[in-house]
Structure formats: structure tokens, C-alpha cells
Write a protein that binds this ligand. Structure first.
Ligand code: ZN
Ligand code: ZN
Length: 359
């Protein structure tokens, strides 16, 4: 099958590779759509470590072609979405309702001689997150996938597995934004737009989108932003002025030191900064401790929507089918697998919300 393989940092190569399975507990999926997420870009650029060679891609939707032994709840023909947050179901975090923090993530292909489900001429190719969505087919553990209801277009459904889950979950599950709150979202790409619509769904009355692109700010209004502020030296001052002293919740979705500090400065007394964006490993937030003592500001982090994807994604799907959650509007363009490097170049330039590979 065809896949985009990362062998050297900076670019992906389209190669013909072999895929083993499904074996026990696994699903073989024909990929229909796979989103270009920013965290894969960090790995392509070397900002986040990964094993090479690798097939990246973790925002995928597809149809089950075959199931292995010991699989329950899935059958060939089912439409599924895959997710990073594979869960074991029996560790402390899973038992406690936080399976996105599973301590014993299943899915590692330890039963293969090559050590991977993906190989080329016997050489193991690493499968990012035990998924590897930039390929025509995937073999994944059954607890890396969730069935989707009828009526979801695959291009939009694919985005739910990471960007939509992360952005809406930061608001609805991590921060638990209350109705009537004021919110700022710094960075309005694929994840930020979902923080914006998460805030709308939560009932926030003031939702301020902050981005360096006027086009993305316009798009943010479609998703529920009530105000738009162009990123730059005056952005913090503008947010403080619009809200007479700051927002209840600021979401940092860029993943940089500068925007994290700005977002914290936008938070009012008693408010919360939520760190959502994936930052380089050496990025730091350095703040005087007195900030927190004198003003009771809080800083929290969020991982993969801060909820079990297997129950949260069906809720989001219901919001989509009710017309409450915009997904189709997130897809800036559909591209073939061969155009993946160009797709990432456009993302780096900040031109597109989300490109989706369709097969
Ligand atoms: Zn677990
Ligand atoms: Zn992602």
C-alpha cells in the first residue's frame, strides 16, 4: 500500500510499504480521510522527537475491512474514527474515568518479529501513535477507534479524532467554561476554531478570537467568535479593554512562549489560562509567583480533550448532526496523499485551517 514515510526530517516520501494484520484485538481500516495536524508537523521539523522511519498521521476516518480475533463491538463495513488515546480499561486512570490518561496504552505491535505492523523489505517502519494515518490502510488496536453514527462525511469525521476533540474538550472538559463567561482564544487554526465553537456551545457570551491572519479571524466569527483581535503588540491591551480587565478563560492554542505569556496577561482576576497548543519541548512559561497569589489566576493543561474519546466523540457527533458543531467548514481543502508536503507548507504559512488527505 501507499504511505507517506518520514525518513529524514523536513519532508515525507510516498512509498509502497507492507502492512501486517489484523491480528488479535486489531482492526484493519481502509482510510478514507486523514487530517494534517500541527503535531505531525512538529515531528517532520524535528521539534518533537519521533522514531525514524515513520508513518505519521493520527486524525483519520475510514471503513473497517477486517477484524482480528477477540474483537468485540466492531465489524467489517463499520465507519470508524481513530484516536491517539488508546486505553486499556483496567489501569487506575481508566477505572477513574480518565482513559485519555491511560497508564498502560494498548496497541504496541509487540507480537511482530519486525516490531512493527509496517515494514518495507523487512525494515520496520514506526507507526506514529500506533496509528499511521498517512497511508491507504491502517491496522490499529480496537481501543484506538470508535464507531461513528450514520451521516458523518469522512473528511469532517477525521478531524474529530484530534483537532476537534482537543479544541472543544479544552473548553467543555478541561476548563468547564460556565454560561455567561468571557473567553479569549489565541490562535485560530484547526484546534483554535474548535475552542471557539466549544465556548459557543458552553454558552460563553463574549468570545474573542486572536490570530495574525485576518482570514482566520473572519472564519472564527462563523464558528461563534463575538470579537476579533489581530495578533500583535496591542492584542493584550485590546482584549483587556474589550472585557474591562480581562477574560474568565484564555486558551493558548499556538504553542509558543510568547503567546502563552500574552494569553496569561489576558486573564482577569480569578480567571484561568488553559494551555492547549503543543509547544517545543524547551518552551517555558516563567511568571512571578505573586501573579497567582495576588490575583488567584490559574493555569491548567489539557491533553486530547481531557475526556475518554470513546464517549466524548459520539457526543460531538450528535452536536454535529444537530447543526451545533461545525465540521465541514473546518476543511480548507482536500488533497491527495502525494500533495502532503505542499499541504504542510501551506499550514506553516498559516494559510489554511485544515487540509485533509482523501483517498
Ligand atoms: Zn488504562
Ligand atoms: Zn493532532
Amino acid at each position: 500500500m501507499k504511505a507517506a514515510v518520514l525518513r529524514q526530517l523536513g519532508r515525507l516520501d510516498i512509498e509502497d510499504i507492507d502492512l501486517d494484520g489484523p491480528r488479535e484485538g486489531e482492526l484493519r481500516i481502509r482510510v478514507l480521510a486523514s487530517g494534517l495536524c500541527h503535531s505531525d508537523y512538529h515531528m517532520i521539523q524535528g521539534d518533537l522527537p519521533t522514531t525514524l522511519p515513520a508513518v505519521l498521521g493520527h486524525e483519520a476516518a475510514g471503513v473497517i475491512e477486517a477484524v482480528g480475533s477477540e474483537v468485540s463491538g466492531f465489524a467489517p463495513g463499520d465507519m470508524v474514527i481513530t484516536c491517539f488515546s488508546a486505553f486499556c480499561g483496567h489501569c487506575h486512570e481508566c477505572q477513574d474515568g480518565n482513559s485519555h490518561r491511560c497508564e498502560d496504552k494498548p496497541g504496541k505491535p509487540t507480537n511482530r518479529a519486525a516490531g512493527s505492523r509496517l515494514t518495507r523489505g523487512g525494515e520496520a517502519i514506526y507507526q506514529l501513535g500506533n496509528l499511521g494515518g498517512f497511508a491507504e490502510e491502517m491496522v490499529v488496536h480496537q481501543r484506538s477507534a470508535v464507531k461513528m453514527p450514520e451521516g458523518m462525511p469522512p473528511t469532517s469525521a477525521a478531524l474529530m479524532g484530534c483537532g476537534v476533540l482537543t479544541g472543544t474538550g479544552a473548553v467543555l472538559n478541561a476548563a468547564r467554561v460556565e454560561p455567561g463567561s468571557t473567553v479569549a482564544v489565541v490562535g485560530c487554526g484547526g484546534v483554535g476554531l474548535n475552542a471557539v465553537q466549544g465556548a459557543r456551545i458552553a454558552g460563553a457570551t463574549r468570545i474573542i478570537a486572536v490570530d495574525k491572519s485576518a482570514e482566520k479571524l473572519e472564519l472564527a466569527r462563523t464558528f461563534g467568535a463575538t470579537d476579533a483581535v489581530l495578533a500583535g503588540p496591542d492584542a493584550v491591551g485590546e482584549v483587556l479593554e474589550l472585557t474591562r480587565g480581562g477574560v474568565n478563560y484564555a486558551f493558548e492554542v499556538v504553542g509558543s512562549e510568547a503567546t502563552a505569556h500574552d494569553a496569561l496577561a489576558m486573564v482577569r482576576t480569578g480567571g484561568t489560562l488553559v494551555l492547549v497548543g503543543v509547544a517545543p519541548m524547551d518552551a517555558r512559561l516563567s511568571v512571578p509567583i505573586s501573579t497567582f497569589l495576588m490575583s488567584e489566576k490559574k493555569v491548567i493543561g489539557t491533553l486530547m480533550g481531557s475526556a475518554p474519546f470513546q464517549t466524548f466523540l459520539p457526543k460531538l457527533a450528535a452536536h454535529y448532526l444537530n447543526g451545533n458543531l461545525l465540521l465541514d467548514e473546518l476543511v480548507s481543502q482536500q488533497i491527495p496523499l502525494e500533495a502532503i508536503n505542499e499541504g504542510y507548507a501551506q499550514m506553516a504559512e498559516g494559510k489554511v485551517a485544515r487540509s485533509v488527505i482523501t483517498f
